[in-house]
Write a protein of this length. Sequence first.
Length: 356
Amino acid sequence: MRMPTSLRASRRAPLLQVLKSAVATAAAWLVAGYLVPGPPPVFAAIAALLVVQPSLNQSLTRAIERSVGVIAGVLLASALSILLGNETWVILVTTAVSLLLAWALRMTPGTANQVAISAVLVLALGTATPSYAVDRILETLIGALIGIVVNLAIVPPVAVAPAHAAVDALGEALAASLDRLARALREPQTPSELARLLEDARLVRAELDDAEEAIAAGADSLALNPRSRRHRDELAALEELVETFRPVVTQMIGMTRACVDRYDPSLEHEPTVLAIAEQLRRAAHDVRLLVSRAEPVVPLASAVPADDTGALTTPLSIARPSETHWILVGSLLEDLRRIHETLTEPLAARRSRTTG
């Protein structure tokens, strides 16, 4: 029987992440059980399990949240137990007081929940004496430390490859949309084809968001990571590329919208529109050229420079448009000018670095 969609994640956590969590939990249980005699080291195991995160930066943040929450929860539970006893209603009161205290101190959601959980566990699992409280705090610190050590020792995660994949997907989606728009300006389009054209263009915005999220995750994975030095320049280049593509995505969607709104079957006979279509094809070529890192980009069938300066170099000859199309032509030309300026500068910089 398949699990309901609401219970399934969109993607699995890496298997290595699962194995590290298991190793950290087992190690914390054994080490804390040896160093802190008494009840089973539940606090240590939970702390280690929660601290192992996809990045070392997240692990350190979770360790601090967990430790602060446990200390506050254990101390609060011990104080209320001494004052009110160990009745069931004391647990309920302690839970409410824990949440109110966390709210009053403006604790993060993770820390606030941990205060209440720790307080309930202390009252439910043992006698809330000062020595018991101290032992549980030590357990938590041991578990959090072991979680950080395990995450650091077993292949510290670096999420640069997913960022590369996301930026590559963005570049290909943008280039494909520019090609589709060029084709729509050269060939007759049906209403359904125009609707699909606009829909596909708008989907590139989601690719842009995915690329930005992947780069943010990559930057987070490099924080406090001993393997970060050789990846920082790589990630910075990806971020710069996304910043280059952002306005091109906006202009491409605007051009597609204008084309759909003011489409006329006679567009294919307008010389300037055909010239714009050729420039869009060249822009798609240059987007792919910017994305490519090692593999060469197949040149356009038309005359294109053989070097790495890009295809948007041929001057655009503009004929006087007809009265029917001059608004659309003017709109397309302005957006095309912005695309040209956005793409030619980084390609020229890339060329200068290569020759320098």
